[in-house]
Design a protein around this ligand. Structure first.
Ligand SMILES: Cc1cc2nc3c(=O)[nH]c(=O)nc-3n(C[C@H](O)[C@H](O)[C@H](O)COP(=O)(O)OP(=O)(O)OC[C@H]3O[C@@H](n4cnc5c(N)ncnc54)[C@H](O)[C@@H]3O)c2cc1C
Ligand code: SF4
Length: 547
């Protein structure tokens, strides 16, 4: 069992740097800044989650997953969560509010962008190119692989060569082997899935014991959530973390420069934390919300929003899934969950398909009896409960697995995060509203990929397949709402995450993505956060506002 690091200090009156959000990206920034001698304060609306509170090693874990550990903040409705109006969205945004942020619940699939993902405008004539390329990101990816205990097998032919992963791959299990058999028959690419889950002891991280409950937090401390991988070192280096601190507004001076943030504590008390530089790491929804909440005379349309793009271009990776059922016992309740294998077979554009870009596929276990019912039911209630429940569970549990499809989501100005006119959080702060429709390109892409995934199951010997065309609870990836770029008229931050309009404001979370790629984004979010914060550190003497 891991324990919560108790080392903490009183916040200075004026910090060198204030980081908002202690999740994937915020953790990287706080650790780097503290280890480089900055006085750094982090405000996080959530709390610590010691491994003992997770559901995965308790008999009722699947029940707890339906409410207290649900990834949708509207269902979970915890003290730390803010609600989200999703009445005009095809997809529900998912997240977790805690030290470690959404990495507490994430599945730990750890896939890099492909080289083509940085150049979609040049290659496919859509969206925009990134201001740098894969080679530029490679060293940051490799450093993050080590920090996040990534287990995987190197030399995947879908990628250019690079350093081996720090830990050997996790077992792909019987269901992974079954999926691979199908892919081999078709001659399609597959590779053991890289996961940020320790396959061996890695520092304080224990090896995975395969509960399969990764999506409700890892009771073993094997999954690399940033409360384990970054916060102990950040606190030891002198960082100050304030939990239960919900930021309401980023404050500015008469020139429009950031001066800190106002936050509300759990007792409703308001505080102003002052700082020389403010770094936003509150995720693609929380950051867009905060920028829009921070209106002032200098920034009447919201902070850093002279382009009008704050909140726009929201990308959430619509997710399709095909579950195949087999006669054999595939032990598909065993974890991790986690991807057993991944495929990049249909990742690149093929003009003959009638859409651009593609998707990564991942094989995942299907879990226990309630998971079988809730996640993949898709059948009328009458067929899914009573005697039919037992029959269905017997036929499917342990004998089925999912091919999941992470569809590349192209940016669109009309898909956006705005402030809700009525809904507020428990502190009376306006909640975000999501307006989001998946595009025709995405629909065509998902249809094509689903048809191929059905073929992959059939080739592997599935006796039946069940298709979920677009999962509503699939907004795990919150991207693009404060995009980076070189032109202040068409982007919010520069390639280092620095706001064009506010020289001492940085954004380093998934908001700054130019495009979404068709892979899980956290390897990129954390590598990019590292790149941005290292630049901030190296430029400390040249900042317009000294730090
Ligand atoms: C169920 C689930 C499964 C996932 N699986 C994968 C996967 O397999 N692979 C992958 O790559 N990605 C996965 N993800 C996505 C991954 O977790 C995110 O991409 C990543 O955590 C985002 O990092 P971030 O720093 O942008 O935001 P987060 O990690 O979400 O952190 C943001 C933090 O900011 C805090 N915050 C927000 N607003 C405020 C405020 N006003 N005041 C104070 N604090 C605030 C929040 O409480 C939160 O702790 C998954 C996500 C979920 C929910
Ligand atoms: S399968 Fe491994 S990573 Fe997932 S919850 Fe269990 S021990 Fe943790």
């Amino acid at each position: 069992m891991t324990t919560i690091p108790l080392l903490n200090r009183t916040a200075p009156d004026v910090a060198d740097v204030l980081v908002i959000g202690a999740g994937a990206s915020g953790s990287v920034a706080v650790k780097e800044l503290a280890e480089n001698g900055f006085s750094v304060v982090c405000l996080e609306q959530g709390d610590w989650t010691p491994t003992s509170v997770f559901a995965g090693d308790k008999p009722e874990w699947e029940l707890l997953r339906q409410k207290d550990w649900h990834p949708n903040p509207n269902v979970r409705a915890g003290a730390a969560d803010y609600p989200v109006d999703t009445s005009e969205s095809d997809v529900n945004p998912l997240m977790y509010s805690a030290v470690g942020g959404s990495t507490i619940l994430y599945a730990a699939h750890w896939t890099r962008f492909a080289p083509s993902d940085f150049r979609v405008r040049s290659l496919d004539g859509v969206a925009d190119d990134w201001p740098f390329d894969y080679a530029e990101m490679l060293p940051y990816y490799e450093r993050m692989d080590r920090a996040m205990a990534v287990s995987g097998l190197g030399d995947d032919p879908a990628y250019p060569p690079g350093a081996p992963y720090p830990l050997p791959p996790l077992p792909i299990g019987k269901f992974g082997r079954k999926a691979a058999e199908g892919m081999d028959k078709l001659g399609w690419h597959w590779w053991p899935g890289p996961n940020s889950i320790a396959s061996r002891q890695h520092g304080d991280q224990s090896p995975c014991v395969r509960y399969g409950a990764c999506l409700t937090g890892c009771p073993q401390g094997a999954k690399a959530s940033t409360d384990l991988t970054h916060w102990p070192q950040a606190l030891a280096a002198g960082a100050v973390l304030v939990t239960g601190a919900r930021v309401r507004e980023i404050t500015v001076d008469a020139q429009g420069r950031a001066t800190g943030a106002v936050y509300v504590d759990r007792n409703g008390g308001e505080h102003h934390q002052k700082a020389g530089v403010v770094v936003l790491a509150a995720n693609g929804v929380g950051t867009a919300r905060l920028l829009q909440l921070s209106r002032s005379t200098a920034h009447p349309d919201g902070l850093a929003n002279s382009s009008g793009l704050v909140g726009r271009r929201l990308m959430m990776h619509p997710y399709g899934a095909v579950v195949g059922t087999y006669e054999d016992d595939l032990e598909s309740w065993i974890g991790p969950s986690g991807q057993a294998i991944q495929s990049m077979q249909f990742y690149e554009t093929d003009a003959s398909r009638g859409f651009v870009r593609g998707a990564k596929w991942n094989v995942m276990p299907t879990g226990g009896p309630l998971g079988m019912r809730a996640g993949y039911g898709g059948r009328p209630v009458k067929e899914s409960w009573g005697a039919n429940f037992h029959r269905n569970v017997k036929a499917t549990m342990g004998r089925s697995f999912e091919w999941g499809i992470i569809a590349e989501d192209l940016p669109d100005d009309t898909n956006r995060v705005v402030l809700d006119g009525e809904l507020t959080d428990s502190d009376g702060i306006p909640a975000p509203k999501i307006i989001y429709t998946s595009s025709e390109n995405t629909s065509a892409l998902i249809d094509f990929h689903i048809a191929r995934a059905v073929e992959a199951h059939e080739a592997a010997g599935a006796v039946s397949t069940s298709v979920t065309r677009l999962m509503r609870d699939c907004g795990w990836h919150l991207l693009g709402t404060a995009r980076m770029g070189e032109d202040p008229a068409t982007s919010v931050v520069d390639q280092w995450g620095r706001a064009h309009d506010v020289p001492n404001l940085y954004v380093i979370d998934g908001s700054i993505f130019v495009t979404s790629a068709g892979v899980n984004p956290t390897a990129m979010i954390m590598a990019l956060a590292l790149r941005c914060v290292e630049h901030l550190i190296s430029e400390r003497r040249n900042q317009e506002v000294a730090v």
